[in-house]
Design a protein around this ligand. Structure first.
Ligand code: ZN
Length: 197
């Protein structure tokens, strides 16, 4: 799928760097055009002193609280495009894995396989300091992820209360979309945990 990029502007902002505390932050805004989707704005805040970087995604299209769901059952499904904003939650029920938006949650554009890679990296990192209970669960999820790359069979869900996220496939019948209900909206998590039930 094509991802064309246009526009680039770097502007100083008044923000204090969460890493080093100085106020020499700059924001770069880039507009991306994603096939079958439209325009997204990628906003990257960088500290000129220590190099701290934070990226988020904003949709330039409609913004309703939305849930996207896709059954991933073939290698080509792993190629389904994922636009994830900092406010989105990703769920893979078969793995028992939920990625909730943390305080410094980043936005990114990737595909389903790319999310599995990220999940694998995060889990591997977390396991280095996990207790017995989480170690067991984490290892089980890791095994499922690794298996799924060769022979995928799982449900991929992304929900975003601000509607800045998307799942995009060239075969639109693969993607089920609906608005989040009020009840679901109340349950949306903004916790600090990266991965949990
Ligand atoms: Zn800094």
């Amino acid at each position: 799928m094509a991802l064309t990029h246009s526009g680039n502007e770097k502007t100083p902002v008044e923000n204090i760097c969460p890493c080093c505390g100085t106020n020499v932050m700059c924001v770069t805004k880039s507009e991306y055009n994603v096939d079958n989707f439209g325009s997204v704005l990628m906003k990257t805040t960088t500290c000129q002193k220590c190099g701290y970087k934070h990226t988020d995604i904003l949709s330039l299209e409609k913004n309703e609280p939305t849930i996207f769901r896709a059954k991933i059952s073939s290698a080509s499904d792993l190629d389904i495009r994922v636009v994830k904003s900092g406010t989105a939650t990703i769920k893979i029920p078969e793995f028992g894995a939920t990625i909730t938006p943390g305080q410094a949650s980043e936005g990114f554009i990737t595909n389903v396989e790319g999310v599995l890679d990220r999940l694998e990296d995060t889990l591997t990192f977390m396991l280095s300091s996990a207790d017995e209970k989480h170690l067991k669960k984490g290892r089980r999820i890791l095994k499922l992820i690794q298996k799924s790359k060769g022979n995928p069979c799982f449900t991929f869900i992304i929900e975003d209360p601000f509607g800045n996220s998307r799942l995009i496939s060239s075969d639109s019948s693969k993607i089920k979309t609906r608005n989040l209900t009020n009840r679901e909206l109340q349950k949306v998590k903004f916790g600090l945990d990266a991965v949990r039930d």
